[in-house]
Design a protein around this ligand. Structure first.
Ligand SMILES: CC(C)(COP(=O)(O)OP(=O)(O)OC[C@H]1O[C@@H](n2cnc3c(N)ncnc32)[C@H](O)[C@@H]1OP(=O)(O)O)[C@@H](O)C(=O)NCCC(=O)NCCS
Length: 165
């Protein structure tokens, strides 16, 4: 499996929680986003998640995901982020490749992710690595992308993306 030079991948542990949550607002462009990752994600989902570090141990990226208890063919990526100084060098792809391989090993063949349709980087990234944006009933064009209005919290629009693995 390809890995960018000088990057080490491992499973996160709960001890990584402060390091990970501390970077979220910055990595997500300065908006207050750390509420996306309560501690429970690094207590109960570490076995299906990935952390990337530089050789000096600095956080390079993370993917927090799980295998759906209700949908036996589905693995779900909750959050993926890479250090802004390391972007567009294949790190996000490398994190997803590991998550895809975990899904295959567990005989799961669909990976789901959702994103805010205004997050152009996220949409372009997911499309580039093979996700398809879901269209059809309930979707409308928002920010130029098929999305479901008021999908979360009865107010937040979301684009749903699926990749077969
Ligand atoms: C989205 C994100 C994880 C991408 O990470 P990355 O390390 O830059 O991704 P990669 O370098 O592996 O890029 C993989 C593909 O996506 C494409 N891509 C990445 N960023 C892109 C951008 N800003 N615009 C267009 N395409 C982009 C790359 O060109 C690449 O395609 P290629 O292999 O065909 O050249 C990163 O930008 C990020 O952390 N963003 C903030 C958090 C976020 O929005 N996360 C997603 C929602 S949870």
């Amino acid at each position: 499996m390809d890995a960018p030079d000088g990057i080490i991948f491992r499973r996160p542990t709960e001890a990584d929680y402060p390091t990970v949550v501390r970077v979220i607002d910055d990595w997500w462009g300065g908006r207050k986003m750390d509420f996306l990752l309560p501690r429970l994600w690094l207590q109960h989902f570490t076995g299906t998640s990935w952390l990337a570090e530089t050789t000096d141990g600095a956080l390079a990226g993370f993917l927090i995901g799980f295998h759906s208890p209700d949908q036996s063919n589905v693995a779900y990526c909750r959050l993926i982020g890479t250090n802004p100084n390391l972007r567009q060098h294949g790190l996000g792809r490398a994190l997803y490749e590991r998550f895809f391989e975990d899904a295959r090993q567990a005989d799961r063949h669909e990976v789901h992710a959702i994103t805010w349709p205004g997050n152009k980087t996220s949409i372009a990234f997911h499309r580039a690595i093979g996700f398809e944006v879901q269209t059809g009933p309930g979707t409308q064009n928002l920010y130029g992308v098929p999305a479901i209005a008021a999908y979360d919290f009865d107010r937040e629009d979301r684009t749903i993306m699926v990749r077969t693995v």
